[in-house]
Design a protein around this ligand. Sequence first.
Ligand SMILES: N[C@@H](CCC(=O)N[C@@H](CS)C(=O)NCC(=O)O)C(=O)O
Length: 212
Amino acid sequence: MKLYNYFRSSAAFRVRIALNLKGLQYEYVSKSLLKNEQRAADYLALNPQGLIPAIEVDGGVLTQSLAIIEYLNDLHPQPPLLPADPLARAQVRSMALAIACDIHPLNNLRVLNYVRQDLGQNDDGVNTWYLHWVAEGFRGLEQQVAKHSSSRRYCFGDSLTLADVCLAPQMYNARRFKCDLTPFPTLVAISTHLETLPAFDAARPEVQPDAR
Ligand SMILES: N[C@@H](CCC(=O)N[C@@H](CS)C(=O)NCC(=O)O)C(=O)O
């Protein structure tokens, strides 16, 4: 398996966590977002959306981190990343999608570049945009997670799910961009616990081979 990866990509970070949780080996192929390698012709041939990650498996190439993680979870069911009960599964997906569809895309590199270059914003303007959308997304997520987490160790019940796999990278980024996390105590408690788990620790950006 080849993972097209970049140490700072939080969507790739999700996939690295899932691969580690499943104990799967993979080849790390770095595509530097700083050098715009995600838009080079060879990579666009694999992922026409020009976004990291993509994974090359026996049957072909898969894109979109959540589709990749569900594929890995289907092939390697242990440990399960989704509960068996349909309602619980949907609740976990709802949290994961709140991050992957509603928070993360607004703070993606190409969006921040557009805000800066095309909309003429300086560092302050870009940071205001970033912090606004993280806070807005976390506000709802904090309540959702507080309702469903039984232990403040995981987002849903008391076991690790896809929601945790999405939360840890988003919180990592929020800290990097110095978001005020005091209004989100449940998210902070859970991400602090997740960081202690070996699969999460080994997926951290700074320990990846292309970390600068
Ligand atoms: N929904 C996609 C998002 C992928 C994505 O946005 N990747 C970012 C890095 S985290 C990227 O490649 N950005 C490049 C750019 O914005 O040009 C997924 O979950 O895989």
